[in-house]
Design a protein. Structure first.
Length: 133
């Protein structure tokens, strides 16, 4: 029961952190938007939604593995890295198909920024958890 409470607290912590990080990035992009003629709203929404949805899915799967089969965590982390990259590429490819090559540049630029921040948060968060064990 103690471990389950700890895992649930970590899930809440991760979700709240990923939401706050996304909102902070959105705030920064909104400020940049004031000084540019490029419309960054759609790239911002696509990037933040990807980060939030992927983050929530990852932490919920982690919760299940942590409580049911903690020995599988190394395989989980390896699989998440690859699947996250594939999901990011699929998202960018869908954007490319939807808007075309001439308009994809700002989506890719913002998406990469959000993605790198997302990867950094993921690595730091789970490194802290693994160091506490």
């Amino acid at each position: 029961v103690k471990n389950m409470e700890n895992v649930s607290a970590r899930v809440r912590e991760y979700i709240s952190q990923i939401l706050v990080i996304g909102l902070l990035l959105n705030f920064i992009v909104s400020i940049i938007q004031k000084f540019t003629i490029v419309n960054l709203f759609a790239p911002m929404v696509i990037s933040s939604l990807f980060m939030w949805i992927a983050g929530i899915i990852i932490i919920l799967i982690w919760k299940r593995i942590e409580t049911k089969s903690p020995d599988s965590l190394p395989m989980f982390f390896m699989a998440v890295s690859g699947l996250k990259m594939l999901a990011a590429l699929a998202t960018l490819f869908i954007c490319y198909l939807a808007i075309g090559a001439e308009n994809i540049r700002w989506i890719v630029i913002l998406f990469v920024i959000y993605y790198v921040v997302f990867l950094a948060h993921h690595a730091i968060f789970f490194a802290k958890i693994n160091n506490k064990k």
